[in-house]
Design a protein around this ligand. Sequence first.
Ligand code: FAD
Length: 372
Amino acid sequence: EKFIIIGAGILGASTAYHLAKSGADVTVIDRKDQGQATDAAAGIVCPWVSQRRNKAWYKLAKNGACFYPGLIRELENEGEKNTGYARVGAISLHTESKKLLDMEKRALSRKDDAPEIGEIQVLTPSETRSLFPPLAEEYGSVHISGAARVDGRALRDSLLRSAKRHGATIINDDASLICSGNRVTEVKTSLESYSANTVIITSGAWAHQLLQPMGINFQVSFQKAQIVHLQLAEISTNEWPVVMPQGNQYIVPFDNGKIVIGATHEDNTGYDIRQTVGGMQEIFQKALHVAPGLSDGTYLETRVGFRPFTPGFLPVIGPLPNYENILVANGLGASGLTMGPYLGSGLAKLARRENIDIDLNDYDVAAAIQSF
Ligand code: FAD
């Protein structure tokens, strides 16, 4: 059986890896759009303190975080040295001790069901700063030892390299679908056309255009994010935890002085991949307010990505209604690095008609389709 995957962000890359590893014949076609979410993303894996109440969302995020250590071990055993993942813990900040205790309580209440959360501890401002020295003085924190950070670009590449080692073919081109009745018969690129038994669509913010010629109105919206990379001199940041202030900003340290700060949440921008003055100002202002010690960092770059959202901000995964051989997953939104590897392994099993532990009724693709 032949599988074609369209889109190689974190979702398509994980699907390709798991399918190829199981021995399947896999072709991945990816257009490398500027604004690929995975390429810009960095990368908090810490779903347990979220205040979002949607149970179906939480289940994916929680299982996604839990899935990571095993996958990383597997990739390392295959010789992958740079997966971009490290379990460095996270500090969730607040200035009021009552709020810190509430956060601790929320995290503890989730521990029974998610032991991978690790140790949960309230830290004083000075303990907090000793873990992340650039911070302002007033922040206490809840430390969560099981949290991790991941570099989306590095993990994607690691998965695609491994998929290739297991025999997958990777093509960088634009893909379109040729259908007959309720089946895809061919996938066309600018140079060639490929026949496939099953087509898997993991095309993020661009999936609508792929399905539109078939008369399908696939409801994926997207939100632009700008995110800034900095370099600190002569300091080892390898063990520094992820910093989660109140609000939707964050600071993610990587090895050798690299620090990522972000991100913006910009609606209705279209596919605008510009790094804007206003976007960067917002990021710098918020980050330096929390961590003034970053002001001496060297500015490296600003990346831009489009977070894909399906209705209700809930991902969809499963067969495309009324078609026999198309699978779709999308809508990973702001937590796609957390969920992507796990959902990709689920997609690979679905493609091979194996049982999966995801209840597809909760993430029905039909919910994202509107008839014309
Ligand atoms: P994408 O990564 O966007 O990949 C889609 C791919 O499909 C693209 O490469 C595109 O070129 C290709 N494609 C589309 N149409 C076609 C076609 N017709 N032919 C060929 N190729 C096609 N998540 C977390 O869990 N934690 C975080 O801290 C976090 N931070 C983030 C920070 C930023 C700045 C951004 C932008 C996102 C962040 N996310 C985070 C979210 C996460 O990155 C996304 O949810 C996830 O990467 C989405 O992956 P995807 O594979 O669905 O889509």
